[in-house]
Design a protein around this ligand. Structure first.
Ligand code: ZN
Length: 445
């Protein structure tokens, strides 16, 4: 591989075997931290020097496949493969060819909104007409370009979270207890129906004691008579839990008897069907979670039971803000401090931190920012800052960001935080982003 000038393709320097191996390992997502750093250094050289990288996967006379580097709106560099004109294409086996395919897949994956608000009744168990195939939830199945379609349960939970404003944080809300937040969830349920004239509110259970005493099962069974024909009776549980497994979750860990305390038996919510939760690569996003499940009559008519469940990671036991990763959990802690600073320096606005749960459609297409900081004045959003928590080392993840960041920029100034360089305080990237937002405001206000 060689670095060449764009105009005449004069060779500036040849890359060593070590550098070549590093570039290919990075593209294949198998790079060591040193190889990642080396690749990023070469990318910077190509970008800053206005050069091309000449690939060695094919050769036709003087022609070689080329790659250049572009800077994305999210402030990260990525390889750009030119395929137009009479450029020589990379070999099918070349990592850059695969990158090209990945970019096409990401483009396709983000052409349509996938995380949209579900319509109709607040129900996930569909009625089955005779001869119809059993309804299958898409689960957390992988879609192209790292896009996953949310399971039906996850989408319905997001509806409730949004209606209860659990995904919004403002400084005055900091004192709110978990109990208060569950109460908001229950209040939000009053606005939804599981079926015609069947309110969700009495069929949403947020107290573990109701599960322990089988009150959930009994109440769903009792509500069956009120369901119109063609609708499957169903109720929902929503509890905070720290761990999940494929069979359910522990709602309480047991305790052996001691001299002065009685034994406490463990309490579980066991699920007859699938339990899903988000993962990044192969790693499950750690808890705590909001464990959201549907209770109904199983097809085998064994009685009312928990039929499937979804575990939504949240910031913490006392802060039921949904997050997509542990990075986001830490980012939330840092951004909270930033919102506090904004509140003190620009008290003419009402500041809040928002975690969007559904995609926004822009004129370029759908996007879903990680966080938004919004400043309201007179009921109008005067300032909106988009914050993305980034994993800069994964090309397949970045392929999607290359497409969605220009869309996010239509919503407001975009700031990215390197997931590996901050904590849940105002250090590192957290401070940098905080300062950048404040400096932006100084110019705007
Ligand atoms: Zn190549």
């Amino acid at each position: 591989m060689r670095l060449v000038t764009k105009t005449r393709q004069t060779v500036r320097r040849s890359l060593s075997d070590t550098q070549r191996t590093a570039i290919l390992a990075f593209e294949n997502e198998k790079a060591t931290p040193q190889q990642t750093a080396m690749t990023k250094g070469i990318m910077r050289d190509v970008h800053d020097g206005g050069l091309w990288l000449q690939c060695d996967c094919r050769k036709e006379g003087m022609r070689r496949p080329l790659v250049t580097v572009v800077k994305n709106p999210g402030n990260f560099l990525s390889w750009k493969i030119w395929t137009k004109g009479n450029r020589l294409a990379h070999a099918q086996t070349c990592a850059f060819h695969r990158r090209h395919v990945r970019q096409q897949l990401a483009k396709e994956a983000w052409s349509k909104a996938r995380k949209t608000r579900p319509e109709g009744f607040f129900a996930v168990l569909k009625s089955q007409s005779k001869g119809a195939k059993p309804h299958r939830d898409s689960g957390g199945s992988r879609v192209t370009g790292e896009r996953t379609r949310l399971p039906a349960l996850a989408r319905q939970l997001a509806v409730l979270i949004e209606a209860a404003k659990l995904n919004v944080w403002w400084p005055d809300g900091e004192t709110e207890s978990r109990y208060d937040q569950f109460h908001r969830l229950e209040e939000a349920a009053e606005g939804y129906e599981v079926a015609q004239a069947v309110s969700l509110a009495p069929l949403l259970f947020t107290k573990v004691s109701a599960w322990e005493k089988f009150a959930v099962h009994a109440k769903v069974r009792a509500a069956t008579a009120g369901f119109p024909k063609g609708h499957r009776p169903q109720g929902f549980i929503c509890f905070c839990t720290s761990n999940v497994d494929s069979d359910g979750t522990y709602l309480r860990h047991g305790r052996d008897a001691t001299e002065d305390k009685e034994a406490v038996p463990p309490l579980r919510a066991d699920c007859a069907g699938t339990v899903t939760w988000p993962s990044i690569g192969r790693n499950a996003v750690p808890g705590p979670y909001l464990f959201f499940g549907v209770v109904g009559l199983s097809q085998k008519k064994r009685g009312y039971e928990l039929l499937k469940a979804y575990a939504q990671p949240v910031v913490g036991w006392d802060r039921l803000v949904p997050v997509d990763s542990h990075y986001e959990r830490r980012a939330f802690g840092s951004l909270k401090i930033t919102v506090g600073r904004l509140m003190r320096q620009y008290p003419q606005f009402t500041w809040l931190l928002h975690k969007p749960v559904f995609e926004t459609i822009t004129k370029l297409g759908p996007c879903l920012p990680d966080f938004e900081i919004i400043g309201y004045q007179g009921g109008k959003a005067n300032h909106r800052f988009i914050v993305e928590v980034m994993d800069f080392d994964r090309p397949s993840y970045l392929a999607g960001k290359e497409i969605t960041h220009p869309r996010m920029e239509l919503l407001g100034p975009l700031f990215t935080m390197d997931g590996q360089k901050f904590d849940d305080d105002l250090s590192g990237e957290g401070k940098r982003v905080s300062e950048a937002i404040l400096s932006h405001l100084r110019q705007a206000v």
